[in-house]
Design a protein around this ligand. Structure first.
Ligand code: SAH
Length: 518
């Protein structure tokens, strides 16, 4: 074969020119803070990123859309870490793309609104690097939606101007024409105007805008601790100074539309808004309760009290899996029990057909739901969601029956004891380990100690004990919301009185109890 026909060998850098593929940079708007306010396209880009370069204001939950293998570069926060000069950011983006990476440059709000997006694009263009811009919800629009302020309105404002309150820092750009802004026939939305408030408000007023113009300051809009302050233009600077001053990030909306906030707002009218609630379930199971609470407006703090891990020894489980035909009943008392047992079964090369000869019991609706994820239906599920309820039901079936109970490394013995007494043969296998978390996140600890956490949810006896150990007397600084009478009894044994107890012992039941107590 002639050398020219050989399909390979064009990778020699000396002869083949720039054979390494260039990467691409996606400038993606992350929105104002609520992790739900990013576009689908933004999530798609993150999903295939090799590197994410993000501003400190971007919600870290959004960064989690990137693969775990992706490199994460945070561009620092005032006072905490180094702030990157713009040139260095540009250079970093160029170098990463030149190294063949798919780079997501994640920016708060929209990547082109007061975000130096054009400078980053210029640097990329200059080096011939492919790029795409994915818009985001800018703070002005989010503040409008989340504070009940329509920034345009048929009767009150036919135009809107986005203004920076920071321009004096940036000598090269044209000075703001305050005369034009003062007579602008519409709403003004001022970004980065907290520390500079005395300057820009005075400039607007002396150019003719009335100091009585209705104004709204919206801090951390779309986040659970959003604040809205309604005042006049003349009062803004006063609200931005002194002991109780508003701190960044905040946006200031100037105009008659701000008077509609009390009527049109919804975000801060949700029943649990303003309540900080600690969710203490194991990390993998926190989402359902956290989601229900956030939906009602609560500020959720995740602090797992127990950690769920694999058992130290799988042998007894594997033996039981091989002997499944010896049993009549498979009894699950937790979602973890279901998940760890069935996953082990599947990982060992079996499938759910090997459960075909068994009857299955589940302690409650959560456990039954966990079974349904594997297309399994519980033959028996008591009306009461705890071991006693299950035993009462099972008792009638127990005599002469063989039970297999996949369980945690620790827990109550009620179920096996009663089944044995009713004439059943019981084998238990440890399918997961439950351990106390001993040291809480330092920030959570200090917030609890400072009385900044309103509620701690206590969703099992094991969690109650772990919390008492982890926080000690500080646990009295918050009110305790207990899932069930058993959890409440454990709390009382430990010397803590729950303020509320769920009537129905499910996550929704706990949220309902919190809603009732408000
Ligand atoms: N690109 C961003 C703006 C960056 S400038 C966007 O499109 O929104 C930073 C300024 O944006 C802050 O000083 C503040 O005025 C505003 N801002 C950003 N996020 C905010 C939030 N969650 N609540 C209120 N203002 C916010």
């Amino acid at each position: 074969m002639a050398a020219a026909e050989q399909p390979h060998d064009n990778h020699d850098p000396a002869t083949a020119g720039p054979s390494r593929p260039h990467g691409k940079v996606f400038l993606v708007g992350a929105g104002p803070g609520d992790p739900g306010l990013i576009t689908l396209r933004g999530i798609e880009c993150l999903g295939r990123a090799d590197v994410v370069v993000y501003d400190y204001l971007v919600n870290s939950v959004i960064v989690e859309h990137a693969p775990t293998s992706a490199e994460r570069i945070c561009l620092g926060k005032h006072g905490r870490s180094r702030i990157w000069p713009q040139e260095e950011i540009n250079r970093q983006l160029v170098e990463l793309a030149q190294a063949g990476k798919q780079v997501v440059r994640l920016k708060g709000g929209d990547p082109a609104v007061f975000a130096r997006g054009a400078e980053e694009i210029d640097a990329l263009r200059h080096h011939g690097i492919a790029f795409e811009v994915v818009p985001g919800i800018t703070a002005a629009l989010a503040a409008g939606s989340y504070a009940g302020i329509p920034i345009t309105h048929r009767k009150l404002a036919s135009a809107v101007a986005l203004v920076t309150g920071r321009e004096e820092d940036d000598k090269e750009s044209a000075a703001i024409d305050y005369g034009a802004l003062a007579s602008f026939p519409g709403t003004l939305v001022v970004y980065m105007g907290v520390t500079t408030a005395p300057t820009w408000t005075a400039a607007l007023i002396s150019a003719g805008r009335s100091p009585d113009t209705p104004t709204a300051i919206v801090r951390r809009c779309s986040l659970p601790d959003q604040r809205l302050i309604q005042c006049t233009l003349g009062e803004v600077a006063g609200r931005m100074s002194g002991e109780n001053r508003i701190r960044p990030p905040a946006i200031v909306i100037v105009g008659d539309v701000t008077t509609l906030a009390p009527t049109l707002s919804w975000f801060d009218k949700r029943p649990l808004f303003g309540q900080t609630i600690m969710v203490t379930r194991p990390r993998a199971q926190a989402a359902s309760l956290a989601g229900l609470l956030s939906e009602q407006g609560a500020n959720v703090v995740l602090q797992p009290a127990i950690e769920i891990t694999e058992p130290t020894d799988w042998h007894p489980v594997d033996d039981a899996i091989r002997q499944l035909h010896h049993y009549d009943w498979l009894v699950f008392s937790s979602t973890n029990g279901v998940q760890f047992f069935v996953e082990r079964l599947l990982a060992s090369g079996w499938d759910t057909r090997s459960l075909g000869g068994l009857k299955i019991a589940a302690v409650g609706p959560g456990t039954a739901q966990a079974l349904s994820r594997y297309y399994l239906t519980a033959d028996l599920q008591p009306d009461e969601f705890h071991a006693e309820g299950l035993t009462e039901e099972l008792d009638q079936h127990a005599s002469g029956q063989r039970f297999l109970i996949p369980r945690a490394s620790r827990g109550r013995e009620v179920l096996p004891d009663k089944l044995r007494r009713a004439g059943g043969a019981v084998d238990q296998i440890v399918v997961y380990r439950s351990q106390d978390v001993e040291v809480p996140a330092p920030e959570t600890q200090s917030r609890l100690a400072a009385g900044e956490i309103d509620w701690v949810t206590v969703t099992s006896s094991a969690i109650a004990r772990a919390l008492a150990k982890m926080f000690g007397e500080d646990l009295r600084k918050a009110r305790l919301a207990s899932l069930s009478p058993i959890t409440s009894a454990t709390l009382r044994e430990l010397g803590f009185e729950p303020s509320i107890e769920a009537a129905s012992h499910t996550m929704q039941g706990l949220v309902d109890a919190l809603l009732k107590s408000e």
